[in-house]
Design a protein around this ligand. Structure first.
Ligand SMILES: [Zn+2]
Length: 119
């Protein structure tokens, strides 16, 4: 497999230095945020800029996370992408998925009732 040395990428998927990435990340954090079910579910898609592919395929520099208030801020869903376009598209898909009352019900039953963690 061909080794890729770039680790940091801008929102257009172009490699950048760590310093430039750090500045860009501080200044302009690209994000789409959708609040569902009166804040119980938040779908957040962000540009991370750091490749999370571990050298497998395209650099994964965007990430969607679905946060559930009842899960204490833990993510209920997570996906990663290599382009802004893909991130936008999958954000809409995740919003559609979590807007569905059956998805919320399934999540509550599966995560909060059946697999409840007791510490
Ligand atoms: Zn939850």
């Amino acid at each position: 497999m061909k080794k890729r040395y770039a680790m940091y990428y801008n929102t257009d998927g172009k490699p950048m230095t760590m310093l430039k990435w750090a500045k860009a990340f501080e200044k302009n954090r690209w994000q789409i945020r959708t609040v569902l079910w009166r804040g119980t579910i938040v779908v957040s898609t962000v540009w991370l800029g750091i490749d999370h592919s571990f050298g497998m395929g395209k650099p994964l520099i965007f990430e969607s996370m679905v946060f559930c208030k009842l899960c204490d801020g833990l993510e209920a869903d997570m996906e990663r992408y290599s382009s802004k376009r893909s991130a936008q598209r999958h954000h809409s898909i995740l919003v559609k998925k979590w807007r569905n009352p059956f998805q919320l019900m399934w999540h509550i039953i599966n995560t909060h009732i059946l697999h409840r963690q007791v510490y």
